[in-house]
Design a binder for this molecule. Structure first.
Ligand code: ZN
Length: 202
């Protein structure tokens, strides 16, 4: 996996989607979950004209299939109100849609049930864990991320970190801790950060 000259991933399925505003800098990678059953739930909403879902540059399905909706020199609307301090420069960034790459993982998040299902009898392939979110709240069931999806996530984050010399890799829950819980306690953030050359902890 690598980023090609045209700023698309070499091994992503390119989805038809409208172009976005130009994004001139890229400093951080942001991980999300879809909070859905289908990987392309928000994309399918857009296709059907019903609503516009959250946009992330990249969507990774549970089986490891990688989709991309825009090249990395165009903004996506995935971060919302958000703040992050660049660990390498100390510069504080806000409104992170303007300088981040969003990577969304198909995952039910805390919509998972203790019996390993979510939504309408949807069986979660890697099961669930019981955990309390680091930002607070009660112990809940969270969908675990299947290994093929994690390996694809590592490949994607390694590729974008190398291509854009990113300064950090964090979750939506880190840049908007009062509003967001994704990608949640089941996400292997430490493993992915280490694979990309970042310190283990955020
Ligand atoms: Zn998110």
């Amino acid at each position: 996996m690598k980023v090609l000259e045209d700023q698309w991933l070499s091994d992503a399925k390119r989805l038809k989607y409208p172009a976005g505003p130009e994004m001139k800098i890229r400093r951080f990678g942001i991980a999300h979950f879809t909070a859905g059953a289908a990987a392309l739930s928000s994309y399918n909403f857009w296709l059907s004209g019903e609503a516009r879902g959250a946009e992330a540059h990249v969507i990774i399905d549970r089986d490891g299939t990688v989709y991309q909706i825009r090249p990395f020199n165009q903004r996506c609307d995935h971060a919302g109100t958000s703040t992050w301090s660049d660990p390498k420069t100390g510069r504080v960034f806000t409104a992170l849609n303007s300088c981040t790459i969003g990577v969304e993982f198909a995952n039910a998040g805390d919509s998972a049930r203790a019996d390993g299902t979510a939504f309408t009898r949807f069986k979660l392939p890697a099961g669930v864990i019981q955990a309390r979110h680091k930002n607070g709240g009660p112990v809940k069931s969270w969908e675990c991320y299947p290994e093929p999806q994690i390996l694809a996530g590592i490949a994607v984050f390694k590729a974008i970190t190398a291509r854009y010399n990113l300064d950090d890799l964090v979750g939506h829950e880190d840049i908007a801790p009062k509003r967001k819980v994704d990608p949640g306690p089941a996400f292997p953030m430490t493993r992915i950060r280490l694979a990309c050359g970042f310190p283990a902890s955020i």
